[in-house]
Design a binder for this molecule. Structure first.
Ligand code: ZN
Ligand code: FE
Length: 256
């Protein structure tokens, strides 16, 4: 299975999963139908599934147009998103299992950004690493804004993702990395790995290269929202309580 990254809107990524052997494809969070259809034509594949992480317009905006074009496709989303995702017919929860392109998919319930948010995790195979499609839960250097969830929920959700193997590729739904790292340096200025990654990300972005995918191993080293146990970060928000640290970090990031 090949993952094709399609930039959409101002800073979204749509991920097209290509099962070349069967000329089939699935798409994660189609913000728009246009770029997806263009790519499908180029690779000559039929779209059979939409995997939505949550109901926000910049993740489901292309659903209905894609359904009109591919009447047999199935729209997957979280159980709690019932009624909020256009065309959804499969309702997933923590531990739900699916298959695509000879790969297993495990659904991880990750409320926080929204109350219904799910992530799609493809465990590693003999020949390849794991793949995580986490929508607006984990970003490189950051996490999603808390629209419908609490800091405790987001901490718990991020904990589930943090427990995945270090090599797991993390396909975040937005290119927010530079701003996240700029913020991260204000709360953990003594993190050398963070400083080095910021330098690399700045140079990549100046060449218009994506910073996504990241990896769980990298995020554990540089993402303040996964590092609430670090004394420097705790000091920056005047708390040693993990939930409070996450809530205060997110609050600071909201106004950064
Ligand atoms: Zn969102
Ligand atoms: Fe989004």
């Amino acid at each position: 299975m090949e993952v094709i990254r399609l930039p959409a809107l101002s800073d979204n990524y749509i991920f097209l999963l290509h099962d070349a052997g069967n000329s089939r494809a699935a798409v994660v969070d189609p913000a728009q139908a246009g770029p997806v259809i263009k790519c499908l034509e180029a690779i000559k594949a039929e779209l059979v599934a939409i995997f939505n992480t949550h109901h926000h317009g910049d993740h489901v905006g292309g659903n209905l147009d894609l359904m009109a074009r591919f009447p047999d496709l199935t729209v997957y989303g979280g159980r709690e998103d019932k009624g909020r995702i256009p065309g959804q017919s499969v309702f997933l929860e923590q531990g739900s299992r699916l298959n695509f392109a000879l790969r297993t998919i495990e659904v991880i319930f990750v409320p926080g950004h929204t109350r219904a948010h799910i992530a799609y995790y493809f465990p590693p195979t003999d020949t390849g690493v794991g793949e995580l499609f986490c929508g607006d839960t984990l970003f490189s250097g950051g996490c999603g804004r808390l629209f419908e969830g609490t800091p405790a929920q987001m901490l718990d959700s991020l904990g589930k993702l943090k427990a995945l193997p270090d090599e797991t590729r993390v396909w975040c739904a937005h290119e927010y990395t530079l701003k996240n790292l700029h913020f991260a340096l204000t709360v953990e200025p003594d993190n050398l790995a963070l400083e080095q990654y910021y330098t690399r990300a700045k140079s990549d972005r100046s060449l218009d290269l994506p910073t996504i995918p990241s990896s769980i191993g990298l995020e554990k080293q540089i993402n303040p929202f996964l590092r609430s146990d670090q004394p420097t970060i705790q000091k920056s928000v005047n708390s040693t309580d993990a939930v409070q640290v996450l809530g205060r970090l997110r609050g600071k990031r909201d106004v950064f």
